[in-house]
Design a binder for this molecule. Structure first.
Ligand SMILES: *Cc1c(COP(=O)(O)O)cnc(C)c1O
Length: 385
């Protein structure tokens, strides 16, 4: 048993990150300044895209992406049932209807066949989610959506630094969204971004994050002009220079952090190979997995207890396990507002009963990982049928 609980995720902030933030605090620009552009350029370069638009969090990124695609009243957008609620909420923000597709039982990624079955004349877009850090099958999804004139978005909040068939995450869909919350790979405290190769889309999203106004404060200062026009209803979704300075300092460390996450995952994989009640999610060979999460499925017919009992026993061992996610269509808001119900996505619902996320973050030591492995072995053996 660990004296201090090992969390499922935690940020890495070093002295150079602190120095970068401090320097920006002493500069002329705390927001809408040069650090924003610098962070956007670094993100675009890292994801192999033409444009990145920095926003205040991952949810704002999704909202801006859906606005950019022109989603509005009575439009339907297909999203996976297993994701963070914000993936679906961003459609509802704009008056649209999120429609839940089921997931693949082995990867818990959106199932293209289920997507196809949900398409109606009102469908405008599909949001794929690179769940746990593994990219969806974008070749199949791109063929499916483009042949029907639908837009494809990637909620890549789990997957920065990963790739699909050698193509970097962030370049896999028309719009791709990121979060820089502290549990994610790279943090700016709170923060988010959208990447795209489409200049009109990038411009629409920049306007949206700034109240629907076409120019920002720095652009007007540079021109010596006071004039601006609000062309649409937008939000204040700006990311500050203070936050961007942290993001700029963090981003170059991403490749080493991904390698560390992959090494911890390999250590888990090897250990769980010998535990019949524990089954990690499948990993497809064409993907370089970013491992935001390491998710196991419990073989419940080999156990005398349910997932909740295993969860509590692991927490009692000092292992900060978590559950990602309650299927979104089961939340009261969705049931009440969109009439969703149990049975809509049976694969997701069955998976939800048996999944657990284990601790994984770059600062974890091999000894930390071995504590997790020992605790999972101890608990599943004690509850073995
Ligand atoms: C974290 C996350 C978000 C939301 O990001 P915030 O920065 O917390 O708003 C959206 N989608 C997924 C899949 C996420 O993991």
């Amino acid at each position: 048993m660990r004296a201090v609980t090992l969390p499922y995720g935690r940020q890495c902030v070093d002295d150079d990150d602190v120095a970068a933030v401090t320097e920006t605090l002493r500069s002329a620009w705390l927001t809408t300044g040069p650090k924003v552009e610098q962070f956007e350029q670094a993100l675009a370069a890292r994801t192999g895209t033409a444009f990145a638009v920095a926003v205040s969090n991952g949810t704002a990124a999704l909202h801006a992406a859906m606005y950019g695609l022109g989603i509005g009243e009575s439009d339907e957008v297909i999203v996976p049932a297993i994701t963070f609620a914000a993936t679906a909420n961003c459609v509802a923000f704009l008056g649209g209807k999120p429609v839940f597709a089921d997931v693949d039982p082995d990867t818990l990624l959106i199932d293209p066949a289920s997507v196809e079955s949900r398409i109606t004349p009102r469908t405008k877009a599909v949001i794929a989610v690179d769940y746990a850090g593994q990219s969806c099958d974008y070749d199949v999804l791109a063929a499916l959506t483009s042949s029907r004139g639908l837009a494809l978005a990637d909620d890549a909040c789990h997957a920065i630094g990963g790739s699909y068939r050698g193509r970097p995450v962030g370049s896999l869909a028309a719009v791709n969204t990121f979060s820089f919350h502290p549990v994610k790979h790279v943090t700016s405290g709170e923060g988010g971004a959208i990447t795209t190769d489409n200049p009109q889309l990038a411009q629409r999203m920049r306007t949206f994050r700034n109240h629907g106004i076409t120019t920002d404060h720095r652009q007007r200062e540079a021109k010596g002009s006071w004039f601006y026009e609000m062309v649409d209803l937008g939000f204040n979704y700006r990311l500050t220079d203070i936050q961007c300075a942290l993001g700029i300092s963090q981003l170059p460390k991403l490749p080493a952090w991904i390698r560390r996450r992959q090494a911890i995952a390999r250590r888990y994989d090897e250990a769980f190979d010998h535990m019949p009640a524990v089954r990690p999610l499948a990993v497809r060979p064409e993907v370089s997995h970013a491992y935001h999460l390491y998710v196991i499925r419990l073989e419940l017919d080999r156990l005398r207890v349910d997932r909740a009992a295993v969860f509590s026993a692991l927490r009692a061992e000092g292992i900060g396990v978590n559950v990602h996610y309650i299927p979104v269509h089961l939340h009261p808001y969705y049931r009440r507002t969109f009439g969703t119900a149990p049975g809509d996505c049976p694969v997701a619902e069955a998976a939800y009963e048996r999944i657990l996320s284990l601790p994984i973050f770059p600062a974890m030591t091999d000894e930390d990982a071995d504590d997790v492995i020992r605790a999972v072995g101890k608990v599943t053996e004690a509850y073995a049928r």
